[in-house]
Structure formats: C-alpha cells, structure tokens
Design a protein around this ligand. Structure first.
Ligand SMILES: [Zn+2]
Length: 82
C-alpha cells in the first residue's frame, strides 16, 4: 500500500499536533513508536474523502486507528455527514 511505503512509523502522534488548536493536547496510544500497519483516511470515505489520495492517507498503527475511529472521528465527522 502506497501510504505505508511513505509512512513507516505511525503518524498519528505527529498528526495530532496539527489538530491541537482544535482538540487540545492529545497523545496517541502508541506515541508514534509503533510501526504503521494501516492506511487511515483523514477525511473518512463516508464523508466523501478520497480513497486513494495520498494527501488523505496517513500510515498509522492499529491501536491509534481504533482509538481515533472510536473516540474522535464521530465528533468531527458525525455519521449523518454521509
Ligand atoms: Zn499509533
């Protein structure tokens, strides 16, 4: 997967820095030390985020992906925003 070629390590911690003005200081589950094993969509595909765009992709570990998807994504992209 292309995103995982670019991002060897989980990028969630670095990415949270970009959101700190909006979400406050957050710490990702792995703190950036886990290997990226999944391609995470920054804008979810159900909110019309592009599926194969590298700009919309972030290499993350599973712990961060599950944490983000369960905790923050519903707040930022409510389900009704299909
Ligand atoms: Zn992680």
């Amino acid at each position: 997967m292309l995103v995982l070629h670019r991002d060897s390590f989980c990028q969630m911690e670095a990415w949270l820095e970009c959101w700190s003005h909006r979400l406050g200081k957050l710490t990702s589950p792995c703190r950036g030390f886990a290997l990226a094993t999944m391609a995470h969509h920054i804008v979810p595909t159900r909110a019309n985020g592009p599926h194969f765009d590298l700009e919309n992709g972030l290499g993350v570990c599973k712990a961060c992906h599950d944490w983000w998807t369960a905790t923050w994504e519903p707040k930022i992209y409510p389900l009704r925003l299909r």
